[in-house]
Every structure is written in structure tokens, then in C-alpha cells.
Design a protein around this ligand. Structure first.
Ligand code: ADP
Ligand code: MG
Ligand code: ZN
Length: 502
């Protein structure tokens, strides 16, 4: 199916009600794998972080990673879930070369956490509750690289390479209940949910949840039913969508595709689909297997997990403020609009601004520099704000120099440029580049006298009462001092010398 055959989004929503289900996999940031002591460090030589257990050798025995369980409980609690008093792992049996055990150790009908919810805030400020079915523990597979074909897929490849370093890294899979009632905002809800979940996971400190690194990936299940119907339609499952924008686009595309198929009398197959970044489309993957196909059975080599109620309560007490609640609190403290807060969030600037304020800056200045000059520079360099070579402490120092009058905004921008270029701390850049507001009244006075003399006609106008003309003289002085004067003070001096009231 090509894009041109899609039904328009508005038309699709006029006839159908979308139902969505989101499955998010989060790779935990534990030092070792879920069932063995192998390192999880990224970027190692292929197959250098493996052992008999994660390679599935006969006779090897798994042991549960306690930090993995703790992270799962924390995630469950933060999602307002009930925590199982007793649960087991299960074997999900299937063959794929990247899974040397021939089964994935997962959880099936006994997840560690279940029945929760996450409130997400939409762009207009409205809060939408997404209900959580369960969060369960499992392990990642290895990674296959198909070589020799044009697409990187197995079809057309001459051979495949297998790296088992990732096999056995702990994953938490978080599954929503069917999301209904979002209507035309379903794609926005999907994006906001994944964004909120990512913030939550980061705040819990259980994973960096970097989607671009595959540490968090989302499967988007979607179906349509005629408006007013109660029985859900057949769903498609778009796998491994790995950016917020893609989650939204995938949901949107599937709504349009389903509508096209259904409106022309066709049937939707329950299948997995691949998302394509280039044009935002999805294409057919494989027909969906049923749970029975996996022959799930309880894992006999692992003891059941039975988190004591005391321990669960201890963990509950360590939970941080929810990201949405924190954002709303900061928004009020900083006195910014919903819309500005959204931009700050999208720019990844919340924590940077908080840290800059902690380092002594006032909220307005911290926000101004991060969202202005620094955002512009990050944009130019094609990087994130956090990746810029400047610390919140350094930004706070720039704010302080401006506040005390040693720098004006123009000079401050040059200081920032120097810090980013590796010339040192703001004070060092000021010294090395000789960037200081000329506050020596004598030197300023001379520059003002010179400007008045060189622009006699303008000076006459000002004397005659046309105060607005002072701007031209201020400009001349700023130019003569290479921008290193306090413009407000220069203006005062000019008016003083010309005997006019400001
Ligand atoms: P599977 O393992 O087959 O992917 P899961 O139960 O793990 O099944 O996940 C299915 C996801 O799709 C869940 O989030 C669920 O709420 C959602 N879902 C179930 N039925 C539908 C449907 N008809 N339309 C849209 N989403 C659905
Ligand atoms: Mg699934
Ligand atoms: Zn191992």
C-alpha cells in the first residue's frame, strides 16, 4: 500500500474510533545482565561480554539480578501498580539465531507489577490517564547484523553476524490497557505517554532511557472500530519505534491505513509492521503468533520472586516527585506559560535550568541563556543542549557577571562563545579576550564628548528636545568602545552633557 491510497486523517476520524495499545521496552542500566554476571557496558568488542549462561550452554544456571528486580518494583510503584507478592519467570519458546537459549526468559501470567496508570499532559494542558496492564521483567536478545544485502534485512543478505553482548541485558516491558476515547488525539497521547514514561524512568534512575540508543523502544498497537461500536477491531502492531516523533507518526499512519482498508471493505490482518523513518509509513512484517505458539511454561531454573511488603514500602518511600508534578511546580516557580514549559522540556533544558539556578542564577536569566543563545548554538551544531561544552555553573557565572554590570548581553555572548571554544571559565575568557564593560567614567566621558563633537547636528536636535535622537549617539559610543560600554549609562551621560532631562 502506498501513501496516496491512504484515507485523509480527518476523514478516518469522522468514521472511526482508534484504539491503541503501547508496549514499551526499557533496557535497565544495571552493571550486569539479568541472569548472569556479564557486563552490560555498551561498545565492547562483539561477543566479549558473554558466558555459558547468557549463551545458553547446557548445564549453566541463571541467577536473578537483585538490582533488576528492584528497578522493576520501582517502575511498577511509580506507575501506581500493584506489586506481586509472589511471581515467577517463564520461558517464551521460539527459535531465532540472536537468542542462543531458544527461549527468552520473560514473565507471562505472573508479572511483577500490574494494574496501574500514568497521567500524561497533552499540549493544551489537559491530563489524559493511560491505564497500565502490567510491567514485567525479561531479557534482551543478541544483535544480528545482516551483511551483503541492500536493505540490511535478512532478505538478500549473503551472511549474518551475531553479537551476544546484548543477550541477557535486563528489560522491563510496560504494557498499557487498550487506550480508548482519545479520538483524533490518539497519536498525541501515544507520544505524550512515551515522553512521560521516559522522563519517569530517568527520574527513577533505573535507565537513561535514550531512545536513539535503543535503550527504550515502543511497539504501537492500533485498531479502529466504527464510532459508537464497543467491540474492538483487529490490531496491527508496529514494532520497535524508536523516537517520540516516530511514535506519533506511526499511530497517525496506521489510523489512515486501517481506515483505507476498512472503508474499501477489506480486512485488517493481525500482523506486525515495520516503521520507516524516511516517509513515516509502515509495511507488513509477519503474521502475529498467538501466545499458545510460544508454549510458555514457568522457568524451572529460577526461584520465584517474592518481594516482601516491607521492602516494597521502603522502595515506595524512595520514589522521586513525578516528572509531571515536578514540571508543574517548576513552571509556577519560574513563572512561565504551559507553552514555554513545553518548549523547555522539548529542548531538554529543564534539568540544566534547575542546575543553573542552584548555582546561583535567577530563574529568568537561567532560562534566557539556555533557551536563547545556547539553544541557538546547539541547534547550529546539531547537538543537544546537554552536549554543549558549558556547565550550568559556568552559565550561572555569566548571569552573575551580567547582573553586576561587568558584562552586557553582547559581551556575555562572546564569553559564552569563548567557553564553548574551550578557552576556560567565564572569568578566564573575560580576561583573555579583554571583555569588560567600560565602566571607567573618565574613559566613557571622553567617548561621549567625541561622539557629540562628531555628530553636532544630532546633538543640536537633542538639545532642542528631541530626546529620541539620543539613540544615534549611544550607537556611536558603543561602536567606539567595541560594544564594551553600559548602554544605559552612556545614554544618561549624553543627556547630562547636553543638559536635557531623560
Ligand atoms: P502481544 O504480546 O501479542 O503484543 P500484548 O497483550 O503484550 O500482546 O500487547 C498488546 C497491546 O495491544 C496491549 O497494550 C493491549 O492493550 C493492546 N490491544 C489489545 N487489543 C487491541 C486492539 N484490538 N486494538 C488496539 N490495541 C489493542
Ligand atoms: Mg507485543
Ligand atoms: Zn553472561
Amino acid at each position: 500500500m502506498t501513501v496516496t491510497e491512504l484515507v485523509s486523517y480527518e476523514e478516518a476520524l469522522a468514521t472511526y474510533e482508534p484504539v491503541m495499545g503501547l508496549e514499551v521496552h526499557v533496557e535497565l542500566g544495571t552493571k550486569t545482565k539479568m541472569f548472569c554476571g556479564c557486563s552490560t557496558e555498551l561498545g565492547a568488542e562483539p561477543n566479549s561480554q558473554t558466558c555459558p549462561t547468557c549463551l545458553g550452554m547446557p548445564g549453566s544456571l541463571p541467577v536473578v539480578n537483585a538490582v533488576g528486580v528492584e528497578s522493576a518494583v520501582k517502575i511498577g510503584l511509580a506507575l501506581h501498580c500493584e506489586i506481586a507478592e509472589w511471581c515467577r519467570f517463564a520461558r517464551k519458546n521460539y527459535f531465532y539465531p540472536d537468542m542462543p537459549k531458544n527461549f527468552q526468559t520473560s514473565q507471562y501470567d505472573e508479572p511483577i507489577a500490574f494494574n496501574g496508570y500514568l497521567d500524561v499532559q497533552l499540549e493544551d494542558g489537559e491530563v489524559f490517564r493511560v491505564e497500565i496492564e502490567r510491567a514485567h521483567m525479561e531479557e534482551d536478545t543478541g544483535k544480528s547484523t545482516h551483511v551483503g544485502g541492500a536493505t540490511g534485512r535478512i532478505h538478500g543478505a549473503s551472511h549474518s553476524l551475531l553479537d551476544y553482548n546484548r543477550a541477557g541485558i535486563p528489560l522491563i516491558e510496560i504494557v498499557t490497557k487498550p487506550i480508548t476515547g482519545a479520538g483524533e488525539r490518539a497519536p498525541e497521547v501515544a507520544k505524550a505517554y512515551v515522553a512521560e514514561l521516559r522522563e519517569l524512568i530517568k527520574a527513577l534512575g533505573v535507565s537513561e532511557a535514550r531512545m536513539e540508543m535503543g535503550q527504550m523502544r515502543c511497539d504501537v498497537n492500533l485498531s479502529l472500530m466504527p464510532k459508537g461500536a464497543e467491540k474492538f477491531g483487529t490490531r496491527s502492531e508496529t514494532k520497535n519505534v524508536n523516537s517520540l516523533r516516530s511514535v506519533e507518526r506511526a499511530a497517525r499512519f496506521e489510523i489512515q491505513r486501517h481506515a483505507a482498508v476498512l472503508s474499501s471493505g477489506g480486512t485488517i490482518l493481525q500482523e506486525t509492521r515495520h516503521f520507516h523513518e524516511e516517509d513515516g509509513s509502515t509495511t507488513s512484517g509477519r503474521i502475529k503468533e498467538e501466545a499458545e505458539d510460544y508454549r510458555y511454561f514457568p522457568e524451572p531454573d529460577l526461584v520465584p520472586v517474592a518481594p516482601s511488603r516491607e521492602w516494597v514500602e521502603e522502595l515506595r518511600a524512595t520514589l522521586p516527585e513525578l516528572p509531571r508534578v515536578r514540571r508543574n511546580r517548576l513552571r509556577e516557580e519560574w513563572g512561565v506559560s504551559e507553552h514555554d514549559m513545553q518548549s523547555i522540556l522539548n529542548a531538554g533544558a529543564v534539568d540544566l535550568i534547575v542546575a543553573t539556578i542552584e548555582a546561583g542564577a535567577d530563574a529568568a536569566s537561567a532560562r534566557k541563556w539556555w533557551m536563547g543563545e545556547l539553544a541557538r548554538r546547539a541547534n547550529e551544531a546539531g547537538t543537544d543542549l546537554a552536549a554543549l561544552e558549558i556547565t550550568p555553573g559556568q552559565v550561572a557565572r555569566v548571569c552573575a557577571l551580567v547582573a553586576e554590570g561587568s558584562l552586557n548581553d553582547k559581551l556575555a555572548r562572546q564569553v559564552i562563545e569563548g567557553v564553548l571554544a574551550g578557552e576556560g571559565d567565564p572569568d578566564e575568557v573575560v580576561d583573555k579576550r579583554g571583555l569588560k564593560v567600560v565602566s571607567d567614567e573618565g574613559a566613557l566621558g571622553t567617548a561621549v564628548d567625541e561622539a557629540i563633537a562628531a555628530n553636532a547636528a544630532v546633538a543640536d536636535k537633542i538639545r532642542a528636545g528631541k530626546v529620541a535622537a539620543a539613540g544615534a549617539l549611544v550607537g556611536a559610543v558603543m561602536k567606539a568602545t567595541r560594544g564594551q560600554a553600559d548602554a544605559a549609562r552612556v545614554r544618561e551621560l549624553i543627556l547630562e552633557k547636553l543638559g536635557v532631562e531623560g
